[in-house]
Design a binder for this molecule. Structure first.
Ligand code: NAD
Ligand code: KPL
Length: 305
């Protein structure tokens, strides 16, 4: 009998994973915030995944945080700012050898989660897949991509990677997951805040090449200082390539701000500035960018953490 995949967070990525695992015949349970959300979910009768315009419904069982039995495998699919408290609530249900897969973007939340559940194995993930909710319990698979998974303290891959293959979730076990997460963080720091402040699609940053280059230089300095030289390698060229390849898109932070949603700033630019300060590294442009972004978020009535 396969181990059940408990999925915490019925948002975009949680739904994308839960539905594909369920479609492969694997046991999946969705963990909802409270009884009211569980009742709403049960009334909807399951999750819907829209792929290439085709909607498929999956009647995945749901439960609340404090119902149900022990958890052996937990996919943490909430935002970075919710991950630690959400996992803390579930800690009493975790089996002694539980494994957690952390899908959060940026850095900082993974260590906070791991510290909350020292008995569990925490696997970090970095994903380029894209999905968004177009209704309650309904998610559109918007961009095919890849998910890298890794454990900075144990290089051995878990056996459940076979479940991901069976579910058609493109993935790779990475022995340098921190480098991948730092590289993605640096890309997000060079692109996302500027796209918000200049109120433009990613391609609009082609008119701000000098500003982008200055940020890349400081980000590279930071990556080198915190022992991630591979993440710094050709950063500016990679940022320019991503700007070009995603020219027509709005960055995820742009979309959060435009939709009056809280951003993950503390786990991206905020994390970069905090680590720089811990290393006594002076990065004036990165700090100035953080201040401009915080001011912008405040003027929009959004939290800056
Ligand atoms: P989302 O907001 O769509 O979903 C998060 C879900 O978690 C929400 O349904 C929320 O209600 C739920 N949640 C929060 N706290 C909870 C709790 N205590 N108990 C139960 N449920 C709880 O977010 P998302 O877009 O799926 O993003 C999740 C993470 O994945 C983020 O860090 C994001 O940056 C990253 N990511 C997302 C995408 C994407 O395309 N959406 C791509 C790559 C990475
Ligand atoms: O990941 C991104 C995002 O929008 O969050 C890209 C497209 C790389 C821009 O930083």
């Amino acid at each position: 009998m396969s181990t059940t995949w408990h999925v915490l967070g019925a948002g975009s990525l949680g739904t994308l994973w839960a539905t594909r695992l369920a479609r492969a015949g694997l046991p999946v349970k969705l963990i909802l915030r409270d009884t009211a959300r569980l009742q709403a979910y049960q009334a909807a009768g399951g999750l819907t995944l829209v792929e290439q315009g085709e909607a498929q419904h999956y009647a995945i069982p749901g439960e609340t945080v404090d119902s149900g039995g022990p958890i052996d495998r937990l996919l943490v699919a909430c935002k970075a700012y919710d991950a630690e408290s959400a996992v803390a609530q579930l800690a009493p249900r975790l089996a002694p050898n539980a494994e957690l897969i952390l899908l959060q973007n940026g850095l900082g939340s993974q260590d906070a989660v791991a510290a909350r559940v020292p008995q569990a194995r925490c696997i970090f993930a970095s994903s380029t897949e894209g999905a968004f909710r177009d209704d309650d319990w309904r998610v559109v698979f918007a961009g095919h991509g890849y998910t890298w998974l890794g454990d900075a303290s144990h290089p051995t891959p878990p056996i459940w990677l076979d479940d991901l293959s069976a579910a058609g979730i493109p993935h790779e076990w990475s022995t340098d997951i921190l480098t991948r997460l730092w590289r993605k963080l640096a890309l997000n720091c060079a692109i996302n805040p500027l796209s918000v402040l200049h109120d433009c699609r990613n391609g609009g940053l082609q008119h701000h090449q000098c500003e982008v280059a200055t940020l890349c230089a400081e980000l590279s300095e930071l990556l080198e200082r915190c022992g991630q030289p591979a993440a710094a390698h050709n950063l500016q060229q990679e940022v320019e390539r991503v700007i070009q390849a995603t020219a027509a898109n709005y960055s995820s932070m742009y979309q959060d701000v435009a939709n009056q949603r809280r951003t993950e700033i503390s786990y991206l630019l905020g994390h970069a500035c905090a680590v720089a300060s811990r290393h006594q590294l002076v990065l004036p442009h990165l700090n100035q960018l953080q201040q401009r972004l915080i001011t912008h978020l405040h003027t929009r009535g959004l939290p800056s953490n």
